[in-house]
Design a protein around this ligand. Structure first.
Ligand code: ADP
Ligand code: MG
Length: 666
């Protein structure tokens, strides 16, 4: 199975390269590349039953000639199809070659999504399918057409047929009713039935999740001595007394947990989770103050320069009066400033260093690094977190998460960390009112925005990122900005920020908004993380249907930070998902729903794909399986010398060797 892909028919040098670029080098790796979803062709739907929003298979006949036209950068191919119950238009974008294939009367098996277009139920960009039953759909690999990919996987499966050893201990398999491995591999790709698919995915996911969690436990159990920070008892109260507000009960409790870790002999590895606005920053600063009181340096790493500067300003206001010398280290400093910063850190002239990735570059030497805080963790990889902690001699690590994560999922993603939850918002917040605004009511919204600005408040507009290849129906930020500035709200001061701007221009625009010089800020999702403008009371989210719920919640958290009534407007046609957003302000509920709807993989994007392999992708919000494997991993690790535990630990080491290497286990 560890044979090279060249052994497979149809894989020449070009495809070999393409596979390699996607991290697939062996037959085994190709077979472990599991489908991201399946098309069910076994129950074609009658056209007369097709409703907008449905994704389905239909068996049809081409009725009439296919037409083609161009609109802006798009080529649109359109044809009518019928199945005797109804005739519907079908359109494809940018697939001009289809026109020739769509000959009148040709029979087609189409699989795709129905949408309402110019008053007509229309199938949009369906796939032309062959075969029957459940058809696997793989994540696309650049340079390999979908069909060729499917065929390569099929060939690889045949090569391995019957040869997968069943490595999981027999008692485990029996206890959890897991199917046999060869059956699982075959049915994960080409399921005989829904039930077979379910059993296969459960088996594969169980194994992957269990091994991953055992690997995390190994990582965690290294139990190396860490920096022990001994601060005077009153340091905690001193910090709370210096704060301009009373801490919430949750903030007090979490700080007690952190303080106990700092004092303990093992290095702290703790994740602080809490809803947007729950006051996690104050906890980070408190920990830094305790480190200082115990005679240690601390570093706080933020994912963007804007955030780093914001934290730095806040730290100076709060920490310097306590005698803590703060410094800033970010990429955009001049060479001279960089040198001075490095010197100040090395000389111990800065007690608390705040910055971006620049904190972990080669040249920076910390003489007494006792605490590392990373803010908004999911933007950083495990490797970066590790690099920063290597700057000191096993310093304490505090991770502040950006979004609430369902508990089961955080056990998986952050199984290497202890978890504290800030489950209380500071008092005096008025909950954000969330409303869905269909296009027809847009003008009315503009009137409302004017009134808010007249009252002295500020407004955010957020547009989704548009992928180059997509149909251009979304509102790119630039177009919206022009529209607002020239026609819709010409009387207001409007700023624009997006990802392709120079960072100096971006910072300047954000600064004008922060200081109140601008009334409206139009942006892509760059403002998502952490920006704090209490005077902003309205968040307008364009094409809200394109965002995940957790992301919408994160964006909504940008308003409702002051005493004024705040609003979040979701620009979209109403749907149940968006209605759910209107019904709750609880970030944990939103995250849970998002996970159920889209699976855990979508919640965090890159982190999973980097850290976890197929098993996680194969899960669709299966919290039960997350919990089962978590408990089993824990049980196994309690008796590490039992035969089952030995087998599983060996498997976990083999499977996750790279990751464990990275942190020095092995
Ligand atoms: P997040 O948890 O999203 O990072 P922040 O730490 O940015 O939240 O806090 C949000 C806002 O709430 C900040 O303006 C902060 O000063 C304020 N804040 C934090 N804790 C309290 C508190 N106990 N009482 C009142 N305001 C608080
Ligand atoms: Mg924050």
């Amino acid at each position: 199975m560890d044979i090279a892909l060249t052994g497979i028919k149809g894989i020449g040098p070009a495809r070999l390269k393409a596979f390699e670029a996607a991290g697939i080098r062996t037959v085994r790796e190709l077979v472990m590349f599991l489908p991201k979803e399946y098309r069910d062709l076994s129950h074609p739907v009658a056209l007369c039953d097709l409703k907008p929003g449905d994704t389905a298979a239909v068996r049809v006949r081409v009725a009439g000639e296919a037409a083609q036209r161009r609109a802006r950068r798009l080529t649109i191919t359109k044809v009518y199809v019928t199945d005797g119950t109804e005739a519907l238009p079908v359109i494809w974008y940018n697939q001009p070659w289809l026109q020739k294939q769509l000959t009148p009367d040709r029979e087609l098996l189409l699989y795709g999504r129905a949408e309402m277009k110019s008053g007509c139920v229309t199938l949009v960009s369906p796939v032309i399918e062959q075969g029957e039953g459940l058809i696997p759909v793989y994540r696309s690999i650049p340079g390999i057409p979908a069909k060729a990919l499917r065929q390569s996987v099929e060939a690889a499966l045949h090569l391995c047929e019957g040869q997968w050893p069943d490595e999981l201990p027999e008692p485990l398999r029996r206890r959890y009713g897991l199917c046999e491995r060869n059956f699982a591999m075959l049915n994960a790709h080409f399921p005989q039935s829904r039930e077979a698919l379910e059993a296969a995915r459960r088996r594969i996911a169980f194994e992957e999740l269990l091994l991953y969690q055992v690997a995390l436990a190994l990582f965690r159990n290294t139990g190396r001595e860490g920096v022990r920070i001994d601060f005077p008892e009153r340091a905690v109260d001193d910090f709370w007394a210096a704060l301009p507000f009373d801490p919430t009960g949750a903030q007090r409790r979490v700080l007690r947990e952190v303080a106990a870790d700092l004092r303990g002999p093992r290095a702290m590895a703790r994740l602080v989770q809490g809803d947007v606005g729950s006051g996690k920053t104050a906890i980070a600063f408190a920990a830094m103050a305790l480190a200082h009181a115990g005679g240690w340096q601390s570093a706080l790493m933020a994912p963007t320069e804007v955030l780093a500067r914001q934290h730095y300003d806040a730290a100076k206001r709060l920490l310097e009066p306590l005698g803590i010398r703060c410094g800033l280290l970010v990429g955009s400093l001049t060479q001279k400033q960089h040198r001075l910063a490095h010197e100040a850190i090395a000389a111990g002239a800065w007690d608390a260093v705040i910055g971006t990735h620049a904190l972990i570059t080669e040249g920076v030497v910390y003489p007494r690094l006792g605490l590392v805080v990373t803010d908004e963790q999911h933007r950083f990889g495990v490797r970066q977190r590790t690099t920063l902690s290597e700057k000191g001699d096993q310093p304490n690590v505090l991770v502040m998460s950006a979004t609430p994560i369902p508990r089961t999922l955080s056990l998986i993603l952050y199984g290497d960390l202890d978890i504290s939850i800030v489950d209380e918002l500071p008092p005096g917040r008025t909950p954000v009112q969330t409303r869905i605004v269909p296009e027809a009511k847009r003008e009315g919204l503009y009137g409302f925005l004017r009134q808010e600005v007249k009252k002295g408040r500020q407004v955010y507009f957020v547009c989704p990122l548009v992928e180059e290849s997509e149909a251009i129906e979304a509102q790119p930020a630039e177009l919206l900005y022009e529209e607002l500035r020239t026609r819709k709200l010409p009387d207001l001061n409007i700023e624009l920020v997006h990802g392709r701007m120079k960072s100096a221009d971006k910072d300047a625009a954000l600064e004008r908004f922060r200081t109140g010089a601008a009334d409206v800020l139009v942006s892509t999702t760059v403002i998502e993380v952490g920006v704090n403008v209490p005077n902003a009371t309205v968040m307008v989210i364009e094409n809200a249907e394109r965002f995940g719920l957790a992301q919408l919640h994160q964006l909504r958290g940008r308003v409702g930070r002051g005493a004024h009534e705040s609003w979040c407007f979701l620009m979209a046609e109403p749907n149940p998902r968006l209605r759910f957003m209107c019904s709750t302000n609880d970030g944990f509920k939103v995250a849970q729903k998002d996970m159920e709807l889209r699976g855990p993989g979508e919640l965090f994007g890159t982190r999973q794909s980097g850290a976890l392999s197929a098993g996680i992708g194969a899960l669709a919000g299966d919290t039960e399986l997350l919990k089962l494997t978590h408990d089993e991993a824990r049980a196994l690790m309690q008796h590490p010398d039992s035969p089952d535990a030995r087998t599983v630990v060996a498997l976990a080491r083999e499977r996750f060797a790279d990751r464990l290497d990275e942190v020095g286990v092995n």
